[in-house]
Design a protein around this ligand. Structure first.
Ligand code: FAD
Length: 396
């Protein structure tokens, strides 16, 4: 009798959850380890403080989810808000709608925690998947295929064996660092000079006091100001999540919340009206200023026993809205390189992982570079006359 092989997936973010589901579907016994507590049990306040509240999911990400779990893809699309173009906000109050596609293709604003919780729920329900929270991977012995895990709830370490280790543990991946000890991995990490801070734009009220969107919900709103910018994505509850991207040195110079308010009013007057001065000061004072990191690695695997996916393999700046889309697509690509002579569980796994590293690398480098270049486009080029004419011609 053939023994069922065991995969350990590290990190229950969206990429790790989808990887667990994908492997379970291919007959693997899966253990999914997450260092944090179960996000489904956190209050919405704590959960929303962890990471940006919404993100843009494109066809790339939806198709990847669909290939593993069509039901989940359908649920996400029902809860998503389509964004058909950019809405450029000029300082003088002028608005300029630039559609993404003349045939109506769009990107979708989706609740990040809903996406993660749904995939986690699906993984937890699979009979082939066991999920462990507050279990942090500390080290991996790839030769003997065992990893050391710290269980914070019991304050104790244990050893877990595996046939395949999947690192989906984000930008600061422990699995990647452990792999670097045995793989001749090229690795590059870059912080850009800009950081981001999230601000909440509340719902406006209609004549009867019902919540309504303060801005057109079917656009991704951008306030491009050359060296910095503000963006806003819609949420189902009629609020917008705004993200301010600016050089750290500019924000340092502003210093106090009062200075920030004056600066914000000068550059984003219409956004300030919709957000409200008090809300702005509250968010500026309480919300973290977070760095933006870009990482590149090569290769992504080790022999037949380890692979890194998602941000663990390729963090990119968020200006193309493709970081997660790409991470979800990683799983689809791994499966597409499965051995010709059988499924993911067969002997050709080493060859499949190696092909994945070789063939995926150029795409990941391309999207990482495009994401970096798109920052200049979003914060500046979209307002230049040549760009506007070119966009208009594209849409004829
Ligand atoms: P993560 O979401 O980081 O999950 C990793 C998980 O691993 C975490 O739960 C962590 O607790 C766990 N973990 C870490 N170390 C260990 C360990 N040692 N043991 C056990 N568990 C561990 N992408 C888009 O596609 N569209 C967008 O619009 C978009 N907008 C963005 C906006 C901003 C401001 C930022 C910063 C990013 C944005 N992204 C976007 C990128 C997207 O957020 C990431 O690509 C995505 O979250 C990566 O998912 P992941 O599952 O690979 O990693």
């Amino acid at each position: 009798m053939v023994q069922q092989r065991k995969a350990v997936v590290v990190g229950a973010g969206p990429v790790g959850c989808l990887a667990a589901l994908m492997l379970a579907k291919h007959g693997w016994k899966v253990e999914l380890y997450e260092g944090r507590p179960d996000i489904r049990l956190l209050s919405s306040k704590v959960a929303s403080q962890q990471r940006s509240i919404n993100l843009a999911i494109s066809h790339r990400g939806i198709a990847a989810i669909q290939s593993v779990d069509p039901g989940a893809a359908q649920r996400f699309m029902q809860s998503a808000i389509p964004m058909r173009g950019r809405m450029i906000h000029h300082v003088d109050g002028r608005l300029d709608s630039q559609l993404y596609d003349r045939d109506g293709q769009c990107i979708n604003s989706i609740d990040r925690s809903l996406l993660n919780e749904d995939l986690l729920e699906e993984a937890s329900r699979s009979s082939n998947v066991r999920v462990f929270f507050e279990h942090k991977i500390r080290s991996v012995d790839f030769e003997n295929k065992v990893m050391t895990i710290y269980d914070a709830s019991q304050s104790r370490e244990s050893q877990v064996s595996f046939d395949l280790c999947v690192g989906a543990d984000g930008s600061y991946s422990t699995i990647r660092r452990q792999m670097m000890r045995v793989v001749r991995m090229d690795y590059q990490q870059e912080y850009i000079k800009h950081e981001y801070i999230e601000l909440r734009m509340p719902a406006a009220r209609d004549g009867e006091g019902h919540p309504v969107f303060a801005l057109d919900p079917n656009h991704l709103h951008i306030w491009p100001r050359k060296s910095f910018m503000l963006i806003a994505l819609p949420n189902k509850d009629c609020t917008f999540t705004c993200t301010l991207f600016a050089p750290s040195s500019d924000l340092d110079q502003l210093g106090t919340a009062e200075n920030f308010l004056t600066w914000f009013e000068t550059h984003f007057p219409d956004a300030l009206i919709a957000i409200g001065g008090k809300n702005l000061i509250k968010d500026f004072t309480h919300n973290p200023r977070s760095p933006l990191i870009c990482t590149r690695a090569n290769p992504y695997h080790y022999k037949d026993r380890a692979i890194i996916l998602g941000d663990a393999a390729h963090s990119m700046v968020p200006f193309y809205g493709q970081g997660l889309n790409c991470g979800l697509e990683d799983e689809e690509k791994v499966v597409s390189f499965k051995p010709d002579d059988g499924g993911m569980e067969d002997v050709g796994l080493r060859r499949a992982l190696s092909r994945y590293s070789q063939e995926r690398h150029k795409d990941l480098i391309a999207i990482t570079d495009l994401a970096m270049a798109n920052y200049v486009e979003m914060r500046h080029l979209v307002t230049t006359p040549l760009y506007i004419v070119r966009k208009a011609l594209d849409n004829i």
